[in-house]
Design a protein around this ligand. Sequence first.
Ligand code: BES
Ligand code: ZN
Length: 461
Amino acid sequence: MTSESVRSYARHHASEYRRQLEELLRIPSISTLPEHAEDCERAARWLADRMTAAGLENVEVVRGRGRPLVYADWLHAEGAPTVLVYGHYDVQPVDPPELWISPPFEPEVRDGFIYARGSVDDKGQVMTMVAAADAYLQMEGRLPINVRFLIEGEEESGGEHIKRFLQTDLDRLKADFAHVADSSFFDSATPSIDTGLRGIVYAEIRVRGADHDLHSGEYGGVAPNPFISLARVIAQLRDEHGVVMIPGFYDEVKPPPETVLEDWRSLGVTEEKVARDLHVRRLIGDSDRSVLERQWALPTLDVHGMPGGFTAEGAKTVIPALASAKVSMRIVPDQTADGVWRLFEQAVRRMAPDDVEVTVKLIHGDDPVLVPEKTPEIRAAAAAVREVYGKEPVLIRTGGSIPVVGLFQERLGIPTVLLGFGLPGSNLHAPNERFSVEQFERGIETNALFWGLAATRKFRG
Ligand code: BES
Ligand code: ZN
């Protein structure tokens, strides 16, 4: 079977593929920070060069408003289906930098993990796909399936560019299904395929008191304090259990079928175990619902930071003129980003004290998505996982968001296979992000095998 020789080629070239990944990891392509725009450009060009060297065709760094996309294809597998391969080369900011054991953009392997920002989210996973294509093209001179790569550079910051591309470049997106590697296994002993992602509504609340900062000795006791007003608003958004108190927030939430909840219960996650893993005293949320249901199928609200005022070392006695908070809500079927944003905006307005001016701004919003589970592609992916890992993958959901997946479904009308190779404890978005070297290598093999199987009659017929 040809995929056997391709897998063996990939195994033999694993250290070369890892070296390539390390090169990409050295580029600090943080999409949300304007000062890293040039780095995003460099990462896009690096990927385009690597894809060209692999033998992919029509490679293009697609520039437009926002960070560039990278497109490439190989469309000579006559009669075979076409897969749209998606991942992102942009990464999250690194703060706080002092908590990194090795610098975020100087990849280092320790205990079988590559440590670097973007190692698992998502450069390492993107490279499992590029390497799979490379292995086929070097070994066989061809791919078993038609492939279009679309790698974006602003997944972590709203993804405006790819949303426009999905409206204007439909010709380059013709495919039978999408393959997204940007998620994680349930755990290292339990391979999994995701069937759902939460959506998100990301907002900013701004509170203005006086029109300039005031001396707190002079005006303390008479001038309103925007931070205290903001804290009051925030404190009303969730109750002491962590249940969201925005009126109507849960109205559209559709619980998963009882059989699915039962499957999740059999995964053996307990409150105590998760609390221990996270080193927290106890978990929050509705304790009548399982931990996994709370993570995957219920909506949430979190505060990410409260910019403003004085936060440097030492003391400064000021009543700041402005206070703000970054707040996001993860949303689930059948909630919509538009609907939740409206509820949030109304609720904050109602909660706002009248001694300050409170405004809310939407930063970005994306709907939740469930992917169809009984497609030939999911069966092919499951067979590939079974072959490489010797275990049947479980079907799970994830609490994170990958905005473009809903659009693949809605605009392109194609299903998505969410097959990611991260592991719990990978420190996504946090210091010391890491990707298991073994998962990187097995990921390449699994992708190669998956594409081969997805092209065969057995799975298409
Ligand atoms: N790779 C993550 C999504 C993810 C997280 C999948 C955890 C599985 C488990 C993705 O890159 C991500 O972080 N997305 C952002 C999107 C947001 C900024 C629109 C997220 O979920 O915060
Ligand atoms: Zn990601």
